[in-house]
Design a protein around this ligand. Structure first.
Ligand code: PEP
Length: 256
């Protein structure tokens, strides 16, 4: 399948920023700027903002996502929010396995797999993050790390369910650092992920999969990254908090 036939997806990851009032304000700035987008536009926001964000984006083409979820439906899991709770309030997307969750909050490949399973079971669409640390890149084991993360997270995911999954390649050394991977580095790993998925499923399934790049993508570098054959969109941290910058990335994805 050609890149043009795949769904391009630009998703913001707001991380731990914005209260509900600020979220409404930012979304009211973003929505008119992206109303003619030729790609899918998602804002993944803190749990506390979800209601306000869903309300603020009604009738627009901006979709809302959460930044994490727990696999059990309910119970004694203080501080967690389940995939079911997200689905119950109408949240369609969720980021799982972001490197900040893996680095600061103890997420492992095994818990990422359980979160993916839980989210898919509730009908959510998952943005699964994979990516290597700088030391791993320098050791020359990026392919091994990213393949392993992908294979473990996709354990038990059917080819049908794969249609509700997006993979975001996010080299950890490029997140929030201003150090973007080159377009060739992004392409190389996104292609590798597609090959891993082809090996697990079929070439058709892999060809249809949306694979994003994430890591200091901004209004200036988006066009070059997004022009690569296997880079179908972006997961955007810092630049998603500024409406004009986020809209410029959406514009770049619309052009392809
Ligand atoms: C992210 O948080 O997923 C991310 C890519 O952040 P940034 O764009 O700020 O590097």
């Amino acid at each position: 399948m050609k890149k043009e036939l795949r769904k391009a997806v630009i998703a913001g990851n707001w991380k731990m920023n914005k209260n509900p009032e600020e979220a409404k304000q930012l979304l009211s700035e973003i929505a008119p700027l992206v109303k003619d987008a030729g790609c899918e536009v998602i804002a993944c926001v803190p749990y506390i903002d979800l209601y306000a964000a869903l309300e603020a984006t009604k009738g627009t083409n901006v979709k809302i996502g959460a930044e994490n979820c727990y696999w059990e439906k309910s119970g004694a899991f203080t501080g967690e929010v389940s995939a079911k709770m997200l689905a119950d309030i109408g949240v369609p997307y969720v980021i799982i396995g972001h490197s900040e969750r893996r680095t600061y909050f103890g997420d492992t490949d095994a818990t990422v797999q359980k979160r993916v399973r839980g989210a898919l079971d509730e009908g959510l669409t998952v943005i699964l993050c994979v990516g290597e640390y700088l030391e791993q890149r320098e050791l020359g084991i990026t392919a091994e790390i990213v393949s392993m993360q992908t294979k473990i997270a996709l354990q038990g995911v059917s080819e049908e369910e794969l249609k509700r999954l997006i993979i975001a390649y996010e080299p950890v050394w490029a997140i929030g650092t201003g150090k973007t991977a080159t377009a060739d580095q992004a392409q190389e790993v996104c292609k590798l992920i597609r090959d891993v998925v082809a090996g697990l499923y079929t070439k058709e399934a892999a060809d249809a999969l949306t694979i994003q790049y994430g890591g200091s993508m901004n209004a200036k570098n988006a066009q070059e990254l997004l022009s690569k054959e296997d880079v179908d969109g972006g997961l955007i941290g810092g630049a998603s908090l500024k409406a004009p910058d986020f809209a410029a990335i959406v514009e770049a994805a619309t052009k392809g």
